[in-house]
Design a protein around this ligand. Structure first.
Ligand code: ATP
Ligand code: MG
Length: 425
Protein backbone atom coordinates (compact mmCIF):
# COMPACT_ATOMS: atom_id res chain seq x y z
CA UNK A 1 0.00 0.00 0.00
CA UNK A 2 1.19 3.54 -0.65
CA UNK A 3 2.47 5.53 2.30
CA UNK A 4 -0.14 7.52 4.24
CA UNK A 5 0.12 10.39 6.74
CA UNK A 6 0.94 9.28 10.30
CA UNK A 7 -2.07 8.86 12.60
CA UNK A 8 -3.39 12.17 13.91
CA UNK A 9 -1.82 14.26 11.13
CA UNK A 10 -3.31 15.37 7.83
CA UNK A 11 -2.65 17.37 4.72
CA UNK A 12 -4.22 20.77 4.36
CA UNK A 13 -5.23 20.68 0.72
CA UNK A 14 -5.36 23.49 -1.86
CA UNK A 15 -9.17 23.29 -1.82
CA UNK A 16 -9.31 24.36 1.84
CA UNK A 17 -6.24 26.56 2.03
CA UNK A 18 -8.23 29.77 1.55
CA UNK A 19 -9.80 29.19 4.98
CA UNK A 20 -6.33 29.00 6.51
CA UNK A 21 -5.09 32.07 4.67
CA UNK A 22 -8.16 33.97 5.82
CA UNK A 23 -7.68 32.99 9.46
CA UNK A 24 -3.92 33.56 9.41
CA UNK A 25 -4.19 37.01 7.90
CA UNK A 26 -6.93 38.00 10.38
CA UNK A 27 -4.81 36.73 13.26
CA UNK A 28 -1.87 38.82 12.11
CA UNK A 29 -4.03 41.89 11.51
CA UNK A 30 -5.86 41.85 14.85
CA UNK A 31 -2.82 40.93 16.94
CA UNK A 32 -0.87 43.78 15.39
CA UNK A 33 -3.75 46.21 15.90
CA UNK A 34 -3.50 45.38 19.62
CA UNK A 35 0.26 46.08 19.60
CA UNK A 36 1.67 42.56 19.48
CA UNK A 37 4.86 41.57 17.65
CA UNK A 38 5.43 38.20 16.08
CA UNK A 39 8.05 35.81 17.43
CA UNK A 40 9.06 32.44 15.92
CA UNK A 41 10.70 29.79 18.03
CA UNK A 42 12.01 26.30 17.16
CA UNK A 43 9.62 23.40 16.61
CA UNK A 44 11.69 21.33 19.05
CA UNK A 45 13.29 22.31 22.34
CA UNK A 46 15.08 20.64 25.22
CA UNK A 47 12.54 18.36 26.91
CA UNK A 48 13.41 20.00 30.22
CA UNK A 49 11.83 23.26 29.06
CA UNK A 50 8.37 21.72 28.83
CA UNK A 51 8.79 19.60 31.95
CA UNK A 52 9.50 22.76 33.90
CA UNK A 53 7.42 25.19 31.87
CA UNK A 54 4.24 23.23 31.30
CA UNK A 55 4.61 21.15 34.47
CA UNK A 56 5.38 17.49 35.02
CA UNK A 57 1.94 16.70 36.46
CA UNK A 58 0.09 17.80 33.34
CA UNK A 59 -1.38 15.46 30.76
CA UNK A 60 0.80 17.14 28.18
CA UNK A 61 4.06 16.23 29.86
CA UNK A 62 2.93 12.95 31.41
CA UNK A 63 1.47 11.42 28.27
CA UNK A 64 1.36 13.59 25.23
CA UNK A 65 4.86 14.71 24.32
CA UNK A 66 6.82 13.59 21.29
CA UNK A 67 10.14 13.10 23.05
CA UNK A 68 13.22 11.63 21.40
CA UNK A 69 16.97 11.46 21.79
CA UNK A 70 18.91 13.07 18.95
CA UNK A 71 22.14 11.61 17.58
CA UNK A 72 24.06 13.49 20.27
CA UNK A 73 22.01 11.82 22.99
CA UNK A 74 20.11 14.97 24.01
CA UNK A 75 16.50 14.62 25.03
CA UNK A 76 14.43 16.85 22.77
CA UNK A 77 10.67 17.26 22.41
CA UNK A 78 8.44 18.60 19.66
CA UNK A 79 6.74 21.62 21.17
CA UNK A 80 3.32 20.76 22.62
CA UNK A 81 2.39 24.43 23.18
CA UNK A 82 3.88 27.88 22.67
CA UNK A 83 4.16 29.66 26.00
CA UNK A 84 7.17 27.85 27.49
CA UNK A 85 9.25 28.43 24.34
CA UNK A 86 8.36 32.10 24.26
CA UNK A 87 9.32 32.60 27.87
CA UNK A 88 12.60 30.80 27.15
CA UNK A 89 13.20 33.05 24.14
CA UNK A 90 12.48 36.17 26.22
CA UNK A 91 14.96 35.16 28.89
CA UNK A 92 17.62 33.97 26.45
CA UNK A 93 17.40 37.08 24.25
CA UNK A 94 16.86 39.50 27.16
CA UNK A 95 13.61 40.77 25.68
CA UNK A 96 11.88 41.36 28.99
CA UNK A 97 13.78 44.55 29.76
CA UNK A 98 13.17 46.14 26.40
CA UNK A 99 9.68 47.49 27.07
CA UNK A 100 7.52 48.07 30.16
CA UNK A 101 4.99 45.67 28.68
CA UNK A 102 6.29 43.25 26.08
CA UNK A 103 3.58 41.91 23.74
CA UNK A 104 4.39 38.90 21.60
CA UNK A 105 2.35 36.63 19.34
CA UNK A 106 2.99 33.39 17.51
CA UNK A 107 1.39 30.94 15.10
CA UNK A 108 2.58 27.43 14.40
CA UNK A 109 2.24 23.70 14.63
CA UNK A 110 2.10 21.98 18.00
CA UNK A 111 2.44 18.26 18.66
CA UNK A 112 0.67 16.12 21.21
CA UNK A 113 0.36 12.36 21.30
CA UNK A 114 -3.42 12.22 21.81
CA UNK A 115 -6.22 9.94 20.72
CA UNK A 116 -7.24 11.51 17.41
CA UNK A 117 -10.89 12.53 17.01
CA UNK A 118 -12.85 15.42 15.55
CA UNK A 119 -11.04 18.63 16.53
CA UNK A 120 -8.20 16.70 18.17
CA UNK A 121 -5.06 15.89 16.24
CA UNK A 122 -1.48 14.93 16.97
CA UNK A 123 -0.20 17.77 14.85
CA UNK A 124 -2.34 20.87 15.10
CA UNK A 125 -1.99 24.61 14.79
CA UNK A 126 -2.14 27.19 17.51
CA UNK A 127 -1.91 30.94 17.55
CA UNK A 128 -1.54 32.91 20.72
CA UNK A 129 -0.33 36.00 22.52
CA UNK A 130 1.74 36.60 25.63
CA UNK A 131 1.98 39.98 27.38
CA UNK A 132 4.76 40.31 29.95
CA UNK A 133 5.56 42.90 32.56
CA UNK A 134 2.30 43.99 34.18
CA UNK A 135 0.02 42.52 36.82
CA UNK A 136 -2.53 45.26 36.17
CA UNK A 137 -6.07 43.88 35.66
CA UNK A 138 -6.35 46.35 32.76
CA UNK A 139 -4.03 44.04 30.84
CA UNK A 140 -6.14 40.94 31.65
CA UNK A 141 -9.18 42.78 30.32
CA UNK A 142 -7.33 43.88 27.19
CA UNK A 143 -6.16 40.34 26.47
CA UNK A 144 -9.67 38.92 26.93
CA UNK A 145 -11.05 41.71 24.75
CA UNK A 146 -8.48 40.79 22.09
CA UNK A 147 -9.51 37.12 22.23
CA UNK A 148 -13.15 38.02 21.84
CA UNK A 149 -12.59 40.61 19.14
CA UNK A 150 -10.48 38.22 17.10
CA UNK A 151 -12.97 35.36 17.18
CA UNK A 152 -15.91 37.66 16.53
CA UNK A 153 -14.10 39.34 13.65
CA UNK A 154 -13.41 35.94 12.13
CA UNK A 155 -17.17 35.51 11.95
CA UNK A 156 -17.63 33.01 14.77
CA UNK A 157 -21.08 33.23 16.30
CA UNK A 158 -22.54 32.14 19.63
CA UNK A 159 -19.31 32.78 21.44
CA UNK A 160 -19.17 32.53 25.15
CA UNK A 161 -16.34 34.04 27.17
CA UNK A 162 -15.94 32.38 30.55
CA UNK A 163 -13.70 33.73 33.26
CA UNK A 164 -12.50 32.59 36.65
CA UNK A 165 -9.83 33.43 39.18
CA UNK A 166 -7.49 30.81 40.56
CA UNK A 167 -5.96 32.90 43.33
CA UNK A 168 -2.25 33.25 44.04
CA UNK A 169 0.43 32.09 46.48
CA UNK A 170 -1.38 33.78 49.33
CA UNK A 171 -4.75 32.06 48.95
CA UNK A 172 -4.29 29.11 46.61
CA UNK A 173 -2.56 26.64 49.01
CA UNK A 174 -5.35 26.83 51.61
CA UNK A 175 -7.96 26.49 48.88
CA UNK A 176 -6.19 23.52 47.32
CA UNK A 177 -6.19 21.74 50.69
CA UNK A 178 -9.95 22.23 50.99
CA UNK A 179 -10.45 20.98 47.46
CA UNK A 180 -8.29 17.93 48.15
CA UNK A 181 -10.30 17.07 51.26
CA UNK A 182 -13.50 17.28 49.25
CA UNK A 183 -12.14 15.13 46.43
CA UNK A 184 -10.85 12.52 48.89
CA UNK A 185 -14.33 12.12 50.33
CA UNK A 186 -15.70 11.39 46.83
CA UNK A 187 -12.82 9.43 45.42
CA UNK A 188 -14.80 6.23 44.92
CA UNK A 189 -17.18 7.93 42.51
CA UNK A 190 -14.67 9.82 40.36
CA UNK A 191 -13.40 8.61 36.98
CA UNK A 192 -10.09 6.78 36.73
CA UNK A 193 -8.30 9.80 35.30
CA UNK A 194 -9.31 12.03 38.17
CA UNK A 195 -8.36 9.41 40.75
CA UNK A 196 -4.98 9.13 39.07
CA UNK A 197 -4.12 12.78 39.11
CA UNK A 198 -6.04 14.44 41.91
CA UNK A 199 -3.19 14.51 44.40
CA UNK A 200 -0.81 16.23 42.06
CA UNK A 201 -3.24 18.38 40.15
CA UNK A 202 -6.55 18.67 42.02
CA UNK A 203 -7.72 21.76 40.09
CA UNK A 204 -7.93 19.68 36.95
CA UNK A 205 -10.70 17.55 38.49
CA UNK A 206 -12.95 20.63 38.26
CA UNK A 207 -12.33 20.60 34.55
CA UNK A 208 -13.15 16.90 33.94
CA UNK A 209 -15.63 16.33 31.13
CA UNK A 210 -17.06 13.06 32.57
CA UNK A 211 -20.70 13.44 33.63
CA UNK A 212 -20.15 11.63 36.96
CA UNK A 213 -17.25 13.87 37.93
CA UNK A 214 -19.14 16.97 36.88
CA UNK A 215 -22.06 16.09 39.14
CA UNK A 216 -19.77 15.46 42.09
CA UNK A 217 -17.81 18.67 41.55
CA UNK A 218 -20.92 20.85 41.66
CA UNK A 219 -20.62 20.98 45.46
CA UNK A 220 -16.82 21.13 45.55
CA UNK A 221 -15.22 24.26 47.02
CA UNK A 222 -14.50 26.83 44.31
CA UNK A 223 -11.44 29.05 44.17
CA UNK A 224 -13.65 32.13 43.78
CA UNK A 225 -15.00 31.64 47.30
CA UNK A 226 -11.50 31.41 48.74
CA UNK A 227 -9.66 34.35 47.19
CA UNK A 228 -7.52 36.61 49.35
CA UNK A 229 -8.35 40.28 49.33
CA UNK A 230 -5.83 41.21 46.65
CA UNK A 231 -7.00 38.48 44.30
CA UNK A 232 -10.62 39.32 44.97
CA UNK A 233 -9.97 42.93 44.09
CA UNK A 234 -8.01 42.00 40.98
CA UNK A 235 -10.84 39.79 39.76
CA UNK A 236 -13.45 42.47 40.43
CA UNK A 237 -11.43 44.96 38.45
CA UNK A 238 -11.02 42.59 35.52
CA UNK A 239 -14.81 42.26 35.44
CA UNK A 240 -15.28 45.99 35.81
CA UNK A 241 -13.04 46.67 32.80
CA UNK A 242 -14.71 43.94 30.76
CA UNK A 243 -18.06 45.57 31.49
CA UNK A 244 -16.62 48.89 30.30
CA UNK A 245 -15.47 47.21 27.11
CA UNK A 246 -18.88 45.60 26.71
CA UNK A 247 -17.38 42.15 26.44
CA UNK A 248 -20.12 39.63 27.05
CA UNK A 249 -18.67 37.21 29.61
CA UNK A 250 -19.82 34.84 32.29
CA UNK A 251 -18.07 33.88 35.51
CA UNK A 252 -17.48 30.14 35.42
CA UNK A 253 -15.77 28.56 38.47
CA UNK A 254 -14.94 25.44 36.45
CA UNK A 255 -12.53 27.17 34.09
CA UNK A 256 -9.14 26.11 35.38
CA UNK A 257 -5.78 25.81 33.78
CA UNK A 258 -4.33 23.05 35.85
CA UNK A 259 -0.73 24.22 35.85
CA UNK A 260 1.02 25.52 38.93
CA UNK A 261 2.25 28.69 37.34
CA UNK A 262 -1.21 30.00 36.51
CA UNK A 263 -2.35 32.68 38.92
CA UNK A 264 -5.51 34.71 39.20
CA UNK A 265 -7.36 35.11 35.89
CA UNK A 266 -8.19 32.01 33.85
CA UNK A 267 -10.50 32.20 30.86
CA UNK A 268 -11.83 30.22 27.94
CA UNK A 269 -13.90 30.94 24.87
CA UNK A 270 -16.40 28.29 23.85
CA UNK A 271 -18.17 28.16 20.48
CA UNK A 272 -21.32 26.28 19.62
CA UNK A 273 -21.32 23.60 16.94
CA UNK A 274 -18.18 21.78 17.99
CA UNK A 275 -19.60 18.97 20.13
CA UNK A 276 -17.32 17.74 22.88
CA UNK A 277 -14.30 19.74 21.69
CA UNK A 278 -16.05 23.08 22.04
CA UNK A 279 -13.26 25.06 23.69
CA UNK A 280 -11.66 27.11 20.97
CA UNK A 281 -9.43 29.29 23.08
CA UNK A 282 -7.90 29.15 26.53
CA UNK A 283 -5.78 31.59 28.46
CA UNK A 284 -4.89 33.15 31.73
CA UNK A 285 -2.42 34.95 33.91
CA UNK A 286 0.85 33.25 34.76
CA UNK A 287 2.75 35.44 37.17
CA UNK A 288 5.11 32.64 38.28
CA UNK A 289 6.20 31.20 34.97
CA UNK A 290 9.10 33.46 34.00
CA UNK A 291 10.62 32.98 37.43
CA UNK A 292 10.18 29.22 37.31
CA UNK A 293 12.12 29.12 34.04
CA UNK A 294 15.02 31.07 35.47
CA UNK A 295 14.09 34.65 34.58
CA UNK A 296 13.56 37.45 37.02
CA UNK A 297 10.02 37.57 38.45
CA UNK A 298 7.82 38.97 35.68
CA UNK A 299 4.04 38.76 35.53
CA UNK A 300 2.40 37.64 32.32
CA UNK A 301 -0.97 36.99 30.75
CA UNK A 302 -1.90 35.38 27.45
CA UNK A 303 -3.96 32.87 25.53
CA UNK A 304 -3.74 30.27 22.80
CA UNK A 305 -6.33 28.97 20.40
CA UNK A 306 -6.48 26.08 18.01
CA UNK A 307 -6.70 27.02 14.34
CA UNK A 308 -7.94 23.57 13.32
CA UNK A 309 -10.77 23.74 15.82
CA UNK A 310 -11.56 27.32 14.91
CA UNK A 311 -11.86 26.43 11.22
CA UNK A 312 -14.10 23.47 12.10
CA UNK A 313 -16.28 25.84 14.10
CA UNK A 314 -16.51 28.32 11.23
CA UNK A 315 -17.54 25.50 8.91
CA UNK A 316 -20.01 24.01 11.41
CA UNK A 317 -21.62 27.42 11.84
CA UNK A 318 -21.87 27.85 8.09
CA UNK A 319 -19.77 31.02 8.04
CA UNK A 320 -19.54 31.90 4.38
CA UNK A 321 -15.93 32.25 3.34
CA UNK A 322 -15.77 32.75 -0.38
CA UNK A 323 -12.90 31.16 -2.15
CA UNK A 324 -11.04 33.88 -4.03
CA UNK A 325 -10.75 33.40 -7.78
CA UNK A 326 -7.51 31.49 -8.18
CA UNK A 327 -7.26 32.53 -11.82
CA UNK A 328 -8.11 35.80 -13.57
CA UNK A 329 -7.25 34.79 -17.10
CA UNK A 330 -6.73 31.48 -18.84
CA UNK A 331 -5.11 31.56 -22.26
CA UNK A 332 -6.41 28.87 -24.59
CA UNK A 333 -3.99 28.57 -27.48
CA UNK A 334 -4.35 26.39 -30.57
CA UNK A 335 -1.17 25.63 -32.51
CA UNK A 336 2.54 26.02 -31.85
CA UNK A 337 2.69 29.66 -32.97
CA UNK A 338 -0.25 30.59 -30.76
CA UNK A 339 1.37 28.81 -27.81
CA UNK A 340 4.51 30.93 -28.21
CA UNK A 341 2.46 34.12 -28.23
CA UNK A 342 0.50 32.81 -25.20
CA UNK A 343 3.70 32.33 -23.23
CA UNK A 344 4.82 35.91 -23.90
CA UNK A 345 1.35 37.25 -23.24
CA UNK A 346 1.05 35.48 -19.91
CA UNK A 347 4.45 36.91 -18.91
CA UNK A 348 3.19 40.44 -19.64
CA UNK A 349 -0.11 39.89 -17.85
CA UNK A 350 1.62 38.49 -14.79
CA UNK A 351 3.84 41.56 -14.64
CA UNK A 352 0.61 43.48 -14.02
CA UNK A 353 -0.16 40.91 -11.30
CA UNK A 354 -3.01 39.44 -13.29
CA UNK A 355 -3.33 35.78 -12.25
CA UNK A 356 -2.75 34.02 -15.54
CA UNK A 357 -2.49 30.43 -16.65
CA UNK A 358 -2.24 28.79 -20.05
CA UNK A 359 -2.29 25.52 -21.96
CA UNK A 360 0.82 23.36 -22.02
CA UNK A 361 -0.49 20.09 -23.41
CA UNK A 362 -1.53 21.10 -26.92
CA UNK A 363 -5.11 19.87 -26.45
CA UNK A 364 -8.30 20.72 -28.30
CA UNK A 365 -10.09 24.02 -27.67
CA UNK A 366 -12.92 22.11 -26.02
CA UNK A 367 -10.53 20.48 -23.55
CA UNK A 368 -8.88 23.81 -22.80
CA UNK A 369 -12.22 25.50 -22.11
CA UNK A 370 -13.03 22.67 -19.72
CA UNK A 371 -9.83 23.38 -17.80
CA UNK A 372 -10.59 27.11 -17.74
CA UNK A 373 -13.93 26.30 -16.11
CA UNK A 374 -12.43 23.87 -13.69
CA UNK A 375 -9.92 26.38 -12.35
CA UNK A 376 -12.66 29.06 -12.16
CA UNK A 377 -10.95 31.46 -14.57
CA UNK A 378 -12.83 34.74 -14.79
CA UNK A 379 -11.81 35.36 -18.40
CA UNK A 380 -10.42 33.23 -21.17
CA UNK A 381 -8.29 34.51 -24.01
CA UNK A 382 -8.72 32.45 -27.20
CA UNK A 383 -5.79 32.47 -29.53
CA UNK A 384 -5.69 30.57 -32.87
CA UNK A 385 -4.33 31.08 -36.38
CA UNK A 386 -7.09 33.54 -37.38
CA UNK A 387 -6.47 35.78 -34.36
CA UNK A 388 -2.70 35.61 -34.91
CA UNK A 389 -3.11 36.71 -38.51
CA UNK A 390 -5.19 39.72 -37.42
CA UNK A 391 -3.14 40.57 -34.28
CA UNK A 392 -6.24 40.09 -32.15
CA UNK A 393 -7.52 37.81 -29.41
CA UNK A 394 -11.00 36.69 -28.46
CA UNK A 395 -11.78 37.66 -24.88
CA UNK A 396 -14.49 35.64 -23.21
CA UNK A 397 -16.21 36.38 -19.92
CA UNK A 398 -16.56 32.93 -18.40
CA UNK A 399 -19.52 33.81 -16.23
CA UNK A 400 -21.76 35.50 -18.79
CA UNK A 401 -20.37 33.72 -21.86
CA UNK A 402 -20.05 37.07 -23.66
CA UNK A 403 -17.09 37.26 -25.97
CA UNK A 404 -15.62 39.72 -28.42
CA UNK A 405 -12.57 40.04 -30.60
CA UNK A 406 -10.22 42.83 -29.60
CA UNK A 407 -6.80 43.90 -30.83
CA UNK A 408 -3.79 42.64 -28.89
CA UNK A 409 -2.81 46.30 -28.31
CA UNK A 410 -6.01 46.98 -26.38
CA UNK A 411 -5.98 43.74 -24.45
CA UNK A 412 -4.10 44.83 -21.35
CA UNK A 413 -6.12 47.98 -20.82
CA UNK A 414 -9.42 46.19 -21.38
CA UNK A 415 -8.51 43.41 -18.99
CA UNK A 416 -7.29 45.69 -16.23
CA UNK A 417 -10.49 47.66 -16.47
CA UNK A 418 -12.72 44.59 -16.41
CA UNK A 419 -10.83 42.89 -13.58
CA UNK A 420 -10.73 46.00 -11.40
CA UNK A 421 -14.32 47.00 -11.94
CA UNK A 422 -15.66 43.70 -10.66
CA UNK A 423 -12.82 42.46 -8.52
CA UNK A 424 -13.35 39.02 -7.08
CA UNK A 425 -13.68 38.46 -3.33
P1 ATP B 1 -8.47 20.09 25.71
O1 ATP B 1 -9.10 20.18 27.05
O2 ATP B 1 -9.45 20.15 24.56
O3 ATP B 1 -7.50 18.96 25.57
P2 ATP B 1 -6.28 21.78 26.32
O4 ATP B 1 -6.58 22.32 27.67
O5 ATP B 1 -5.31 20.66 26.20
O6 ATP B 1 -7.63 21.41 25.54
P3 ATP B 1 -4.76 24.07 25.59
O7 ATP B 1 -3.49 23.44 25.95
O8 ATP B 1 -5.30 25.15 26.45
O9 ATP B 1 -5.87 22.96 25.36
O10 ATP B 1 -4.67 24.60 24.08
C1 ATP B 1 -5.41 25.73 23.61
C2 ATP B 1 -6.25 25.38 22.42
O11 ATP B 1 -5.55 24.57 21.48
C3 ATP B 1 -7.49 24.54 22.74
O12 ATP B 1 -8.51 25.37 23.17
C4 ATP B 1 -7.80 23.91 21.40
O13 ATP B 1 -8.50 24.81 20.55
C5 ATP B 1 -6.43 23.69 20.81
N1 ATP B 1 -5.99 22.29 20.97
C6 ATP B 1 -5.44 21.69 22.05
N2 ATP B 1 -5.13 20.41 21.80
C7 ATP B 1 -5.48 20.18 20.50
C8 ATP B 1 -5.39 19.05 19.64
N3 ATP B 1 -4.87 17.90 20.03
N4 ATP B 1 -5.86 19.17 18.36
C9 ATP B 1 -6.39 20.35 17.94
N5 ATP B 1 -6.49 21.44 18.70
C10 ATP B 1 -6.04 21.38 19.97
MG1 MG C 1 -5.53 18.60 26.03
Amino acid sequence: MSIQTPKGTRDILPSEIHLWHFVESKVQEIFEVFGYHEIRTPIFEHTELFVRGVGDTTDIVEKEMYTFADKGGRSLSLRPEGTASIVRACIQNRLLDTLPVLKLYYTGQMFRYERPQAGRYREFWQAGVEAFGSANPLLDAEVIDLAYELLADLGLKQLSVQINSLGDDACRPAYTRKLLEYIERHLDDLCGKCVGRYERNPLRVLDCKEAECRTIMVDAPKSLDHLCEDCQQHFEQVQHFLNDLEVDYAVNPYVVRGLDYYTRTAFAVVASGLGAQDEVLGGGRYDKLVESLGGKPTPGVGFAFGLDRLILALEAQGVDLLEPHPCDVYIAAIGTEAEKVALKLSHTLRQQRIKTDMEFAGRSLRAQMKTANKIHARYTILLGDNELARNTVVLRNMQSGDQSEISQMELMETLLEKLNCCSSP
